[in-house]
Design a protein around this ligand. Structure first.
Ligand code: ADP
Ligand code: MG
Length: 140
């Protein structure tokens, strides 16, 4: 296993409920380190660009609306096997299917308002980190 970096977001449904610390603690308790973090209120253009891979999906409008409805915490998480580990800690996209103890099981409201985002592969992690952070903002 190798030390990896992944991109994570604490979405507006969670920041609105003051869950930034509670969710970050789950990452830390599972051995991931926050090596970059900032609070942004993303524009429609930023949200559409970030989620461009989903632009043909029926939920795209709802997704962009949700992501621009309040502040988001964008983070880089570092640790052993961080990309897969973070996906496991997050749980399934639909909280109704998320395993016990996962962030989405604990905190998500619905499949749309599911509290967190995490990169799904090394290529997307690199791309998504670059979308939100300059190299100088990542301090390991
Ligand atoms: P994940 O975030 O688990 O990687 P996807 O990449 O499939 O999931 O989808 C991106 C985001 O789009 C989800 O986290 C969720 O907020 C939203 N989404 C996905 N499927 C639906 C759906 N059927 N209805 C509403 N929103 C959805
Ligand atoms: Mg995804």
């Amino acid at each position: 296993m190798a030390i990896e970096r992944t991109f994570s977001m604490i979405k507006p449904d969670a920041t609105k409920r003051n869950l930034t610390g509670a969710i970050t603690k789950v990452f830390e308790d599972n051995g991931l380190r926050v090596v970059a973090s900032k609070r942004v209120w993303m524009s429609k253009r930023e949200a559409e660009g970030f989620y461009a891979v989903h632009k043909e999906r029926p939920f795209f409008g709802e997704l962009v609306e949700g992501m621009t409805s309040g502040p988001t915490i964008v983070q880089v998480l570092e640790g052993e096997n961080a990309i897969l580990k973070n996906r496991e800690i997050m749980g399934a996209t639909n909280p109704a299917q998320a395993a016990e103890g996962t962030i989405r099981k604990q905190f998500a409201l619905s499949i749309g308002e599911n509290s967190v985002h995490g990169s799904d592969a090394p290529e997307t992690a690199a791309q998504e980190i670059k979308y939100w952070f300059a190299d100088t903002e990542i301090v390991g």
